[in-house]
Design a protein around this ligand. Sequence first.
Ligand code: SAM
Length: 247
Amino acid sequence: MTDVHVSLPPALRRALDLLADPPTDPDVSKGYLDLLGAASADDAVPKNTGPIQAAWASPIGSMLYDNAQALSRRLISAWALPLEWLNIPQGGVALDVGSGPGNVTASLARAAGPEGLALGVDISEPMLARAVRNEAGPQVGFIKADAQRLPLRDNTVDAVISTAVLQLVPNPAAALAEMARVLRPGGRLAIMVPTVGRAARFWQKLPNVGAHVFDDDEIADVLESNGFASVRVKNYGTFQWVRGRNG
Ligand SMILES: C[S@@+](CC[C@H](N)C(=O)[O-])C[C@H]1O[C@@H](n2cnc3c(N)ncnc32)[C@H](O)[C@@H]1O
């Protein structure tokens, strides 16, 4: 182990061991592992230049979102996390894709027990800064990277969650394929996205404001084509949860 590794926060030190292409001089100066540098997004993948992602990438927008999500999680049952179903083994590794303020990531870590590890991946620096300030710890680490090109090796995590993110990702199918790639065989995945149900076809014809409107079966179909089994879709008003088991 190098000196650089020794000076890293423990969660990020463990994260480095899971990377496909670990940097020789990791940048953790902001408390998260920065794999994109000054770029606001990964140059190799499409970017969302719409107003919604711009808000989540701003200090004020990330603060407003953080407060709103905390309230929503208390009041709206559709926001409750399927932690039991995710079945994260004690000491296992869980991944939160588009981790935002990081409280979902911290919940995954608690579910994984004292030897477990939860990693949150996001592209928004203000969101990552909030996550580091409020949630980072020995079992919780954050990485600046894009969902469409996850930095982890194949088959490295035991469970993946992504809540209220895929609608913002320019190529959601690529992000789902990445989640499938890093998830161990038998590992479980839970996705939550906003939905407009049968009105999706109509909304899809309107000018795009940077948020994808999913058809009812769209995410489930992509998961099945990536080899997921027991794929289930549940709609709760304006939200949809999709769950599946890898392989
Ligand atoms: C509405 S917030 C949801 C945050 C968190 N998952 C939650 O449920 O509270 C969406 C988050 O997805 C992130 N995001 C959007 N596109 C992304 C991408 N391509 N890769 C990684 N994160 C992304 C945004 O920066 C933002 O933090």
